[in-house]
Unconditional design. Structure first.
Length: 368
């Protein structure tokens, strides 16, 4: 928790300051130490150290509509703090063009400093490169990096903020903008849920018997994929969600791992990574609905029904369906995970302990 505490101390020094005073704050170097129950961070702290000035600049950018065509939407439009930075109520996200939907469900922005790859298919491996996609995608912000930089250069506040954060001539440039966003997102750590307090033996971490039972069931039935403190093994897996007929071009991880980037749908379907998606973290999962890469499942109960063997055939058989979802019961092949209704209820109660109200209401991550 050292890192988080340190971060709070540094950032709390902003509270109550007005814009002019912020510029005077010296640059702090904040180490990226993991909360005591977390794995080591993947964030390259030497390449892009998280400091107060960079973090504050990243936060301002994250909430700024200037990053989009016609100054219409900000990153926060699809990444709303109250819902763990997802797009509440949207299965697929609408960007600046009202009549055009994206093809994927918006992902939460949390604990990204501990992840190996980003987006549902892992197309981006460095956090600071990720924002290029939403800024330039037609169905998202539909803007060019060049236009964004020009808008920021003409702004009354940004040039000083960029110079304070990065120094040097010509500080308002695309790399610095992306690095500031990465500093902000890298510091967004959710590690204070009831579950965390339970495992760390802290105040507020008392589990009921049913929550304990839910955790035991989760460990047996779900944690082979949603493993560890991040609740993801970060693998790309076909969990049997089945092809969405409205989005026939979706290839999942095959699009990334195929040697030919322009592979056809037929070639994609034959690829061993067809319809594999990154195992999502389940932290704050109570808030991140709708679920799955295309947001096709609305309620947690429906997710449990999807996995349950008895509600078969929800899980769709494909050649590369993960073996952890294929059981042999009475010598017959059964798809899914066996669960009673009572067990599903306990698992849901456990999943709700992953809600981190401190993170969801943390003013450091709110609109500046
Ligand atoms: C129009 C909605 C929309 C906007 C605006 C948007 N995003 Fe996203 N974001 C998404 C969707 C959808 C995904 C999942 C993309 C995929 O899998 O292809 C995503 C994924 C991400 C991820 C990957 C998270 C992970 O766990 O791998 C990051 C980081 C991210 N967005 C940051 C940003 C930033 C920074 C901005 C602003 C510059 C932004 N987004 C603007 C919808 C949006
Ligand atoms: C074989 C690996 C595997 C197992 C076992 C597994 N999952 Fe998943 N889970 C995945 C993958 C992969 C996805 C994403 C699939 C997609 O988006 O199309 C996912 C998605 C989810 C989601 C949606 C999260 C979101 O943000 O959209 C929830 C909730 C979930 N799983 C809960 C569970 C529960 C509860 C169990 C145990 C009953 C379980 N999973 C077992 C691999 C697995």
């Amino acid at each position: 928790m050292k890192y988080l505490k340190l971060l709070s101390v540094v950032l709390l020094s902003f509270v109550g300051c007005d814009d002019d005073q912020k510029e005077e704050i010296p640059v702090f170097e904040i180490g990226l130490e993991q909360p005591i129950n977390f794995p080591a961070p993947t964030y390259d702290i030497n390449d892009n150290p998280i400091d107060a000035a960079g973090f504050e600049l990243g936060r301002k950018l994250f909430y700024d509509v200037k990053l989009s065509d016609g100054n219409t939407i900000s990153c926060a439009e699809c990444h709303n703090q109250a819902f763990a930075f997802t797009h509440h109520g949207h299965d697929l996200s609408e960007g600046v063009l009202v009549d055009q939907l994206g093809v994927r469900n918006s992902q939460p922005i949390q604990n990204l400093a501990f992840m190996n790859a980003f987006t549902w298919d892992g197309s981006v491996e460095l956090l600071w490169r990720q924002p290029v996609v939403p800024i330039t995608e037609k169905v998202e912000m539909n803007e060019t990096l060049e236009n964004v930089i020009n808008k920021l250069k003409q702004d009354a506040n940004y040039p000083t903020k960029f110079e304070t954060a990065f120094g040097g001539e010509d500080a308002v440039n695309p790399v610095n903008m992306l690095k500031a966003l990465a500093q902000f997102m890298g510091a967004m750590v959710s590690s204070n849920s009831k579950y965390d307090k339970y495992v760390r033996g802290e105040v507020g971490g008392d589990f009921s018997d049913e929550e304990k039972e839910g955790m035991r069931l989760f460990e047996n039935k779900c944690a082979s994929c949603h493993s560890g403190e991040l609740f993801t093994n970060q693998e790309f897996v076909n969990n049997g969600i089945g092809v969405n007929s409205k989005l026939p071009n979706e290839l999942g991880r095959a699009r990334i791992s195929a040697s030919n980037p322009d592979l056809t749908i037929e070639e994609g379907k034959a690829h061993p990574d067809y319809y594999k998606f990154k195992v999502p973290s389940l932290r704050n999962v109570e808030k991140t609905f709708p679920y799955m890469h295309d947001g096709r499942i609305v309620l947690l109960k429906q997710v449990l029904d999807f996995y349950d063997t008895d509600t078969y055939p929800y899980i769709q058989k494909m050649d590369n369906l993960d073996v952890r979802l294929i059981q042999t019961i009475d010598e017959k092949e059964v798809l899914g995970i066996p669960m009673t209704e009572e067990e599903k209820e306990s698992i849901i109660l456990f999943l709700e302990t992953l809600t981190d109200d401190e993170f969801l209401n943390d003013t450091r991550f709110a609109k500046p």
